[in-house]
Write a protein that binds this ligand. Structure first.
Ligand code: G3P
Length: 220
């Protein structure tokens, strides 16, 4: 399963990229707004750091605007994936970009039918937002299971990019279902990395080692 970081924070991107954990990045207008500063400079920098797929979202809501914006975003690099919203115009742009060999991530997907339509329009990725479904009393992970079944029934090549991930158990569940990608907030990735027994074990190893060293130096 590929791991993307869902952020526009350059420090977090560098940190986890240096550990070799990142296959790509997803951003959205809210994440860019959270960081403040010039969003275009941030997007350009992200594409310089990360060599895998970087999803950059259009903010136009009409077809022509999305096409124009998407082409500008692609000037940052061949690995830019144009993120279009799950609307009629978004799917039309998805079809046009895909026909030109430009990959598209269709975002704000909340049903298996929407995912099916995005796949038909040629999307490289569909982004179901599972946390936001959980928030309104649904089980977001059920949607991943449904999309997985639909895509495998018809051998769609569109990848399921699990988004709006809120905790590490979401990642385990998505991996068990066989989702292609999870995009994670840095806080979730940090929680996946750490374990209290790892910390406790490391502390004990170091304490035993230091004890041995002082015994040896007392004998010398
Ligand atoms: O990738 C989509 C994600 O950024 C949305 O997450 O937590 O705002 O629902 P959230």
């Amino acid at each position: 399963m590929k791991i993307f970081l869902d952020t526009a924070n350059i420090d977090d991107i560098r940190k986890y990229n240096d550990m070799g954990l990142l296959d790509g990045i997803t951003t959205n207008p809210s994440l860019l707004a959270k960081e403040g500063g010039d969003p275009h400079a941030a997007m350009e920098e992200i594409t310089r750091i990360i060599k895998g797929d970087v999803s950059l979202e259009v903010v136009s809501t009409d077809y022509d605007g999305m096409m124009e914006e998407g082409k500008k975003l692609r000037e940052y690099g061949e690995h830019v994936v144009v993120k279009c919203p799950m609307t009629g115009d978004g799917l039309k742009a998805c079809k046009s970009f895909s026909e030109q060999g430009i990959p598209v991530n269709v975002t704000l997907v909340f049903s298996a039918n929407q995912a099916l339509l995005a796949a038909k329009a040629g999307a490289k990725y569909v982004s179901p937002f599972i946390g936001r479904l959980d928030d309104i009393g649904h089980t977001g992970m059920d949607l991943i299971r449904e999309i997985k079944q639909v895509f495998s029934n018809y051998d769609f090549k569109t990848e399921i990019l699990v988004a709006s991930v809120r905790h590490p158990q979401h990642v385990v569940d998505a991996a068990k279902i066989g989702a292609d990608v999870v995009t994670l907030p840095a806080a979730v990735l940090a929680k996946m990395l750490g374990h209290s027994l790892t910390d406790k074990g490391l502390k004990a190893f170091l304490a035993d080692w230091n004890k041995l060293q002082s015994e040896l130096s007392n004998k010398a």
